[in-house]
Design a protein. Sequence first.
Lengths: 402, 237
Amino acid sequence: MGDTSERSTAEPLEFRDATKRYPGSSEPAVDGLSLKVSAGEICVLVGPSGCGKTTAMRMVNRMIDITSGDILLGGRSVKERKPEELRRNIGYVIQQIGLFPHRTIGENIATVPALLGWSKARMAARAEELIELVGLPREMLKRYPAQLSGGQRQRVGVARALAVDPPVMLMDEPFGAIDPINRERLQNEFLRLQAELRKTIVFVTHDIDEAIKMGDRIAVLQVGGKLAQYAPPAELLTAPASSFVEDFVGADRALKRLALQRVRDIDLWTVATCRAGEPVGALRERLADADLDIPLLVDAEQKPVGWLSERGLTGERVRPELRSPAEPIVELDDILRDALSDLLARESMYGPVVDAGGHVVGALSIQAISHAIGHARDDVRGAADRVDSDRAPEPAEPAGDP
Amino acid sequence: MSQAPIAQSGGFLRNRSGDTGCPSNDGICLGWMVDHLDRYWDPFLEHVVLTLIPLAIGFAIALSMGLIAHRQKWLITPLTGLTSAIYTIPSISSFLLLLPITGRGNDTAIIALTAYTLVIIFRNVITGLAGVPQHAVDAARGMGLTGTQLLFRVELPLALPEIIAGLRIAAATTVGLAAFAYLAGAGGLGANIDSDIDFRGNVLVCGIILTLLAATLDAIVLFVQRLLTPWRRAVVT
């Protein structure tokens, strides 16, 4: 059980008309919430303050009891289970992390194992395993929370939540108190961890950008605890279900969509390549078939050298000295938003696209990007790949759709 | 225990007819003080008992009241009011007020002294428990700690510094108040002071002993606190 090779399988989670009404309040905090989270997916609950997102999350582990409706975890109603037992099997991470200041990091991580009566040796081994999993040195286990930075504490919070390898995790604004640079890093680390662990996660945030980045599916809640839309990020951005969702995702939702796609996901322009000294006649024929009317000079390995100028085509043979720099060079794995930013920064309408080996495979132009945005509505599924913005050369994660 | 100091008042510390020089002038007589320290040993032990027993009982009662009131918040105000009201009764009158009910002796002194510790310790228990970081409590509940586990594993350890701070104040206060216990017929160093209050050497010895007792108790409690709260000394890097 404590062995990483025998991970508990994630369980699906379902809200069935779940409602929370506080006594003395006319409006429900959560109003008939129904949604399904597939096993191993991150479901982000997002919305303005007062929309009941945290309440909805806390109903899962019965920190708040449901007034009517039900929540099923692995097909079983949470109401049938003793709250304490239920909670020990659900990872719990909150914004303030809530590490116990009087316990060492090792003891903090072993909180739930201690409740379950694990042996000391097993708890120590598990703590070592987890501290490494979240990327902290083992020496940290003997320290107290006050001796750690905010980012380190946050990692310990995640490690503690994973201690007994629960099938489900609840995360309430887990990165909310972290500065922007470290938040981005922690988000990426967490996505990498999740790609490996594949927990079912309910993730609460008020930040739509974080929701888009972290979520396989996003539930947008509006004030009064009503579900406004439940969809994968790309669909939310291309087809907002209501004016509320449209406003909430923001006027720049087309740009946000670009953050979800990589260069390889869109139709690139074809480009005519040429080498120094080759006959201009044949090049002109290829040029007629290419999307881009300027030839790209490449070296013997098909790596870009520069754009050939008009005058470079006037002679019999291609004159390589008549060229302008082929910048920016874009990689297939680049995030589309970053690639667009590169184009704008270089005041360039297009740039050569290379594969991982540096070989030219086409060109990315601003027209191609806007074309991709324009056609997004017809092609929501194709864009559903989640993108990790630090461009780690890892295998692409499975599509967010179940 | 010693029931008789008042009866010996005046005569038992120094023999006025035999003493000459400094003691007969009611001076601060270092030589006499050193020579007659043995006369203070038994009263000192009585004083320690009169301090420690009320502290222990008071701590047990105040902690229990604090834990109950922490769960039943509405009790905080009436319990604070009650213990504060007791504290406002002048100590000398409370010793005398209890005499007709509990009679002369240690019991009366211990009851009165215990009552005075309550408000100090109770308030600090409540403040300490209220000061436990809410997010630590939320995380503990979210991880499946039961109410009892939450109390003993999270709340009490984190409230400990505040509770112990209360205990330290209570200890110092009780050492001082126990000097009036002789009024209820109990012993202690108060009896020595009263027996020869004009003799400055005598009063000074008692004062020094009381001060040392208070300081020692404080140091012991502080030492225990440091043992129990290692996280407070962890160096923030």
